[in-house]
Write a protein that binds this ligand. Structure first.
Ligand code: ZN
Ligand code: ZN
Length: 290
């Protein structure tokens, strides 16, 4: 399904309303058309021949799924994420997923295996991509992944924030390459730009109560901090024991992949709590609240 948000700016709704492992795309038309992310669905066939440039927000598989349909296009991506689509080794290095049952992971994203995409140009902060009708400005918004980018269409106050996805789950930083503090700053940056429309990778376009929605999303990080501190106040715990509490994935089905993400996110909170003097790590690897 495609919806014209403003002239030449199209919201391409992902399959299953863009829920993981699908994602929404943004299609910008003019003399040369641009698509941002290809996770929406396999209905791209009509678009694909008319698209000169494919811009990828980050390396995650739910945003690059249908790259193969854009045979004649040039691919754009931030330098820090490019290895994650260019080679399988690069993908595993950034995601850390070679440390878990990879078959379960590929099943989860409904893909057979890794398929590579060659990146022709690197995105960077401030770069402008012009369709002839619409001007798109690249915002480097790291945290979710190191090269994660958002896209600003200034004429209509629209930001495509991709996986600063403003879902109820909250910010996701479950890869070894994710960075919690950068994520916080990127959320603040989007808010400070005072967008009139926010499109994300995984929910309906947002036009109302944008600031509250962003604040609520960011507060999830603080609530996770509090849940960890509360657990540690009862008694000291190790990283493994804290991971067992399923603070991030309450409906955890004890799946290796989700547990791996849970543990990575827990680790990032613990590092942040230590840095802020809210917890300490003892010699026996137990964490204690201060
Ligand atoms: Zn992602
Ligand atoms: Zn996503």
């Amino acid at each position: 399904m495609m919806q014209e948000i403003r002239e030449n700016v199209w919201f391409v709704e992902g399959k299953n309303r863009g829920k993981y492992p699908y994602s929404h795309s943004l299609y910008l038309t003019g003399e040369n058309n641009v698509i941002i992310d290809t996770g929406a669905g396999s209905f791209f066939d009509k678009l694909s021949t008319a698209t000169e440039r494919v811009v990828l927000s980050h390396y995650h598989r739910d945003h690059v799924t249908y790259n193969y349909m854009f045979e004649n296009a040039h691919f754009y991506m931030h330098r820090e994420d490019a290895p994650g689509v260019e080679s399988e080794d690069g993908f595993y290095r950034l995601s850390g997923l070679d440390q878990v049952e990879v078959e379960t992971y590929w099943k989860m994203v409904k893909q057979q295996a890794f398929s590579a995409t060659k990146i022709d140009w690197h995105l960077e902060e401030g770069l402008c991509l012009d369709t002839g009708e619409v001007n798109i400005k690249v915002l480097h918004l790291p945290g979710h992944t190191p090269g994660h980018c958002g896209f600003l269409v200034e004429e209509c106050g629209l930001i495509f924030t991709t996986d600063i996805d403003l879902t109820r789950f909250g910010p996701w930083y479950g890869n070894p390459c994710s960075d919690l503090e950068q994520f916080r700053r990127s959320i603040e940056r989007v808010r400070a730009l005072k967008p009139e429309i926010v499109i994300t990778g995984h929910r309906r376009p947002i036009t109302k109560n944008i600031e509250q929605t962003i604040d609520r999303y960011k507060t999830v990080i603080d609530r996770r901090d509090e849940a960890i501190i509360t657990a540690l106040q009862k008694h000291p715990l190790t990283l493994e024991q804290l991971t067992d509490k399923n603070i991030f994935y309450p409906d955890h089905y004890n799946q290796a992949v989700l547990r791996f993400f849970e543990k990575n996110m827990m680790q990032k909170h613990l590092e942040s709590l230590l840095k802020r003097g809210m917890a300490i790590k003892m010699e026996n690897d137990f964490y204690e609240a201060l």
